[in-house]
Ligand binder design. Structure first.
Ligand SMILES: *Cc1c(COP(=O)(O)O)cnc(C)c1O
Length: 491
């Protein structure tokens, strides 16, 4: 990829622009996952300028770069205020850290809980089945056992009684979501925090997704139950600034009710000849770029701005939900109570994965979710403020896509593929089998890394049990992630 002679700046930027043309559209209100767009004029430019100013500053040492310390403390303070902490609240001693994302925030919440109980040989955490996969990643990385509590198939919430029953003497943390990513449902935080407190166990609220919208939705009149530091027994809470605070990627905040709860989150090391390492988070060297960009975004949008964006989002959610309710054969998984619209199919002739492809073909990018533990496959829409002006177009597009999906009929998995995925164990997968499957599914064969239509792939994955899904996806993605010996087009 590196030519002997350097490439002029303009041409390099052209290359990046050309590559970016392959991506799903990050702006325009037709992408319902991965990207959070407020559609505020000038905000991208502001964030980029702030990012550029601090990109080379290193968060490794807050004494060398007080600018980052100041901005981080500002972000933590803003998050704490929004989530029931700070002077005059029931959590006046709240502290926190800026992390690179929700996954890191959850890993650190689990690490702090684990390391607060060094006497335990086999620490455990209790997490609802609807909890984010990042808890499983944290448990895996930190060698903590994950005890999953089922969710009610109708309300999609765990019961506090089930959580209480899952707590053992080795439990170091109980988690719940406000709301869950998959369905946008708020867990019974107060009840769960109460059973955790009664057992003397920490309780983390994963508000990575909803922490920056629920307080505003409540101010707009939505019946949002208490979910934050105002709830007794909640010991930590996380909120992703790169979601509904609309900051560029790479920023989340993890809050603890007091400094003693945060202390075991730190890693310090003096037993080597270099600088003594003191890290509050997983990374050591950290770019100031995302922090400065988030700081600029919060300052510029302000409380009023977020309230306005939450109102636009709420209206978009209502409009999309209405569109879904208007389609025979579709059913909302839950009445929207946050910023997610999630629906399933009640008609075997209407295949959700085909519907997702039909929506994609019409320029609407949704997120399919696979069948899991008695819950049907579903389509997830993360709704942001940029969607509001698009709602009127979504309604006819959905109707058209549904008609096309019905006309096309459900995907029939070829019998040999079905036999393969229902009988295979992850251990039995060989490189030859993977390559054969990938070729059969059209992976890596077309212009982009994925075929235009994903229904067959999704149906195959949907048919496989979770352990095989994991393994197949690792292999498929691993096939994509290979070195490029010549990157630039036109060379
Ligand atoms: C997005 C999300 C996470 C993980 O955040 P990343 O920033 O993707 O690492 C965790 N929990 C919830 C509820 C989320 O929505």
């Amino acid at each position: 990829m590196m030519d002997e002679a350097g490439v002029p700046a303009e041409r390099v930027l052209d290359e990046v622009r050309e590559l970016r043309g392959l991506d799903r559209p990050t702006h325009g209100g037709r992408l319902f996952a991965y990207v959070y767009d407020p559609a505020v004029a000038g905000l991208d430019e502001l964030a980029a300028a702030a990012y550029a100013q601090s990109a080379h500053v290193n968060g490794l040492d807050p004494t060398a770069f007080p600018s980052l310390l100041a901005m981080e403390n500002g972000l933590v303070g803003a998050a704490a205020r929004l989530l029931g902490g700070g002077p005059g609240t029931s959590a006046p001693d709240v502290v926190g850290s800026v992390t690179s994302g929700g996954t890191e925030s959850l890993i650190l919440a689990v690490k702090a809980a684990r390391d607060a109980r060094p006497e335990l040989a086999g620490p455990r955490i209790v997490v609802p089945a609807s909890g984010h996969a990042a808890f499983a990643k944290a448990a895996h990385l930190l060698r903590v056992t994950l005890d999953t509590v089922p969710v009610d198939p109708v309300t999609l919430r765990p019961s506090a009684a089930d959580v209480a029953a899952a707590i053992r003497p080795e439990t170091v943390l109980v988690a719940c979501s406000a709301p869950s990513y998959a369905h946008g449902v708020i867990d019974p935080v107060a009840e769960i925090a109460a059973v955790a407190a009664a057992a003397g166990v920490r309780c983390h609220v994963d508000a990575c997704f909803g922490g920056w919208t629920l307080p505003y939705l409540r101010r707009l009149g939505a019946p949002v139950p208490p979910f934050d530091l105002s709830v007794d027994g909640v010991t930590s809470i996380s909120v992703d600034l790169h979601k509904y605070a609309y900051a560029p990627k790479g920023v989340s905040v993890l809050l603890h009710r007091d400094p003693s709860l945060r202390a075991p989150q730190y890693f310090a090391y003096a037993d080597w000849p270099g600088y003594t390492m003191v890290n509050p988070v997983l990374a050591s060297t950290r770019s100031g770029g995302p922090i400065a960009a988030a700081y600029a975004t919060l300052r510029h949008l302000g409380d009023d701005g977020y309230l306005r964006l939450a109102a636009a989002t709420r209206d978009a959610v209502a409009g999309l939900a209405l569109a879904v309710r208007g389609v025979e054969g579709l059913r909302l998984m839950a009445e929207p109570e946050s910023t997610v619209v999630c629906f399933t199919s009640t008609d075997p002739a209407l295949d959700l994965f085909v519907l997702v492809d039909e929506l994609t073909a019409r320029g609407w990018h949704t997120q399919p979710q696979l069948t899991y533990a008695g819950l049907p496959a579903s389509v997830h829409l993360t709704v942001t403020a940029s969607v509001a002006p698009r709602v009127a177009e979504f309604r006819p597009a959905l109707a058209e896509a549904v008609a096309a999906a019905r006309a096309a009929g459900p995907v029939a998995l070829p019998p040999e593929l079905r036999a393969l995925v229902t009988s295979l164990t992850p251990e039995a997968l060989t490189p030859e089998l993977i390559a054969g499957l990938a070729a059969g599914l059209g992976l890596g064969a077309g212009a982009g890394p994925l075929p235009d239509r994903m229904a067959l792939v999704n149906t195959l994955l949907d048919t496989a049990p979770p352990a095989l899904r994991e393994r197949l996806l690792v292999e498929f993605v691993g096939l994509l992630q290979r070195p490029a010996w010549r990157l630039a087009s036109g060379d």
